[in-house]
Design a protein around this ligand. Structure first.
Ligand SMILES: NC(=O)c1ccc[n+]([C@@H]2O[C@H](COP(=O)([O-])OP(=O)(O)OC[C@H]3O[C@@H](n4cnc5c(N)ncnc54)[C@H](OP(=O)(O)O)[C@@H]3O)[C@@H](O)[C@H]2O)c1
Length: 298
């Protein structure tokens, strides 16, 4: 299968390129410099030339706080570009897998969100991603999948676990919020789940539509920071703080765990746990010297 990846230099894009290639797919990776997804002419030309079976659209404006001040940028990349990509996919006969976010929800439900729950974004990022979702759904694609995920980190670039470990190893004070809860999700697990989902949908086992994907286990950022340092075997003092103390520009949902049952039924397997994803991330980056097999039973 020929697969085109937008945002190929990003966290998820890197995992998708590597893992789709490992499965024997022919992969056409497009970084932002190779293809600006806000440029309709360029997107149409690339899709018409590449003729992929599937387009995996990971490109997004993901700096949540910057989106609050750079609203036009957020709207162009997150709200308008998914429609541009979707229409080019339709014209080129490509299926489209679009990624969205738990930030389309307000966090007030108090239990994991299912795909049919009403959306109510709190931030510019969440609103623009919600608009992007709608654009994909309204583009008239025959083959489309929309995967909402959350708290993404992965190998090959800066991310939350490496930031925590860098600070811990430098002996810098660590203050991490404990009043936001969700599921930290490793890009390799997300990439594998969505490649499996494409196979399931292509073979008629799964329906086209919206799915939630995240590693199993719900925790706060503070809990995750503690898990990172303990698992990596690093000594660190971590202070739990509230979101108000950080005073970031964008409001975030307090509880945005995603119910992944629909996806797990579609691909006929459970998603890996947060602990398992973190261990593989740390091992891949040579970030730990501890006994991983002993901790897997946690
Ligand atoms: N990160 C998370 O915690 C998280 C949570 C929920 C959902 N998601 C969703 O998951 C998907 C992948 O996220 P990620 O974590 O891999 O994000 P990421 O690491 O920020 O990657 C996004 C990529 O998109 C590129 N990009 C930005 N503007 C572009 C444009 N106009 N044209 C082409 N490429 C452009 C970025 O390039 P530059 O870096 O050069 O700008 C970057 O390489 C996104 O749809 C995101 O909304 C992410």
């Amino acid at each position: 299968m020929r697969v085109l990846v937008t945002g190929a230099g990003g966290q998820l894009g890197r995992s998708l390129v590597r893992l789709a290639s490992a499965r024997g797919h022919e992969v056409a990776p497009f970084t932002r410099t190779a293809l600006d997804v806000t440029d309709g002419t360029a997107v149409s030309a690339v899709l018409a030339e590449q003729r992929p079976h599937w387009t995996l659209h990971t490109a997004a404006a993901t700096k949540v706080d910057l989106c609050e001040s750079e609203v036009a940028w957020a709207e162009a990349v997150n709200a308008t570009a998914p429609g541009i990509v979707a229409k080019a996919c339709r014209a080129a006969g490509s299926g489209m897998l679009h990624y969205s976010t738990d930030f389309v929800f307000d966090g007030g439900k108090g239990e994991p969100y299912v795909e049919t729950d009403p959306i109510a974004p709190l931030s510019v990022y969440g609103r623009t991603k919600a608009e992007g979702e709608r654009a994909v759904q309204e583009a008239g694609l025959e083959r489309w999948l929309l995967v909402r995920t959350q708290w993404v980190y992965g190998p090959g670039g800066p991310c939350f676990p490496t930031a925590i470990l860098d600070k811990a190893r430098a002996g810098e004070p660590l203050r991490v919020v404990e009043d936001q809860r969700g599921s930290p999700t490793m890009t390799d697990d997300l990439a594998n789940a969505t490649l499996d989902l494409i196979d399931a949908a292509q073979s008629g086992v799964a329906a086209w539509g919206i799915y939630h994907a995240a590693n199993r286990g719900v925790m706060s950022w503070f809990d995750f920071a503690k898990l990172i340092v303990t698992t990596a075997g690093v000594d660190a003092e971590i202070a739990a703080i509230s979101s108000d103390e950080l005073a970031l520009p964008a409001r975030r949902p307090a509880y945005s765990a995603l119910d992944t049952t629909k996806l797990e039924v579609a691909i006929a397997r459970p998603l890996p746990s947060v602990v398992d994803g973190l261990i593989r991330f740390l091992e891949a980056g040579g970030l730990t010297g501890y006994n991983a097999s002993a901790r897997r039973g946690m």
